[in-house]
Design a protein around this ligand. Structure first.
Ligand code: DX5
Ligand code: ZN
Length: 210
């Protein structure tokens, strides 16, 4: 069964508690929290305090995606806040010490790749990363169209022997998720396709049957 992680970047910022409650009651597996620093990506989003409030209010695992040039500056703040999984981008440099730090703090660690970054870039982390996040859009905004080139990259990671979670993020919908699953995807981040859906519960039930 594919894990479904609604991305709260697509939630209503004025009704975040309502929208996360809806996703949790709809049976999502994780909540995906995008963190943006206006440098690594041209946008700003979510703080350690927001993660703390989500942690205090909901029991669903929090999947924190750090789109930051210097993730080490706030890594401990997000771990203190209660992140269940923290993902850093391979494009920011050698992230092996960050993976160690995340594990030392008792959380799971992910390494992300932009669409244009080859699978090669995460090969040094295949033994230590619990999750590889293959971005299916250029990071920074929701509502974009999925980049089909990434399907091949997901298959390449499985053929390289990676047995951890493979997550995809960006432009995923019910009509394009199956090919990702057939090539090795285990976690789907979905923003627009879920938060704009009248019946999120039925959608997640269908997705869990894939
Ligand atoms: C984009 C973010 C994604 C985004 C997904 O940089 O990392 O999590 O919110 O939203 P959709 O599903 O609308 O593309
Ligand atoms: Zn994300």
């Amino acid at each position: 069964m594919i894990k479904i992680a609604p991305s709260i970047l697509a939630a209503d910022p004025l009704n975040l508690e309502r929208d996360v409650k809806r996703a949790a009651e709809a049976g999502c597996d994780w909540i995906h929290v995008d963190v943006m620093d206006a440098h690594f990506v041209p946008n700003l989003a979510y703080t350690p305090d927001a993660v703390r409030r989500l942690r205090e209010t909901f029991s669903v695992p929090l999947d924190v995606h750090l789109m930051m040039d210097c993730p080490e500056t706030l890594l401990d703040a997000f771990l203190d806040a209660g992140a269940s999984n923290v993902t850093v981008h391979a494009e920011t440099g050698d992230v092996s010490r960050l993976i160690q730090r995340i594990h030392h703090r008792g959380a799971s660690a992910g390494v992300a790749l932009k669409p244009g970054t080859p699978a090669e870039a995460v090969k040094p982390y295949l033994e230590t990363a619990d999750l590889i996040l293959a971005m299916t859009v250029e990071p920074g905004f929701g509502g974009q169209v999925m980049d089909e080139r990434v399907i091949h990259k997901i298959r390449e990671l499985r053929e390289a022997g990676y047995r951890g979670e493979i997550e995809a993020d960006g432009g995923i919908r019910e009509d394009n998720i199956r090919v990702l699953a057939e090539n090795g995807l285990t976690v789907a981040v979905m923003g627009t396709a879920l938060f704009r859906n009248e019946n999120m519960k039925a959608a997640i039930m269908r997705l869990h049957r894939i």
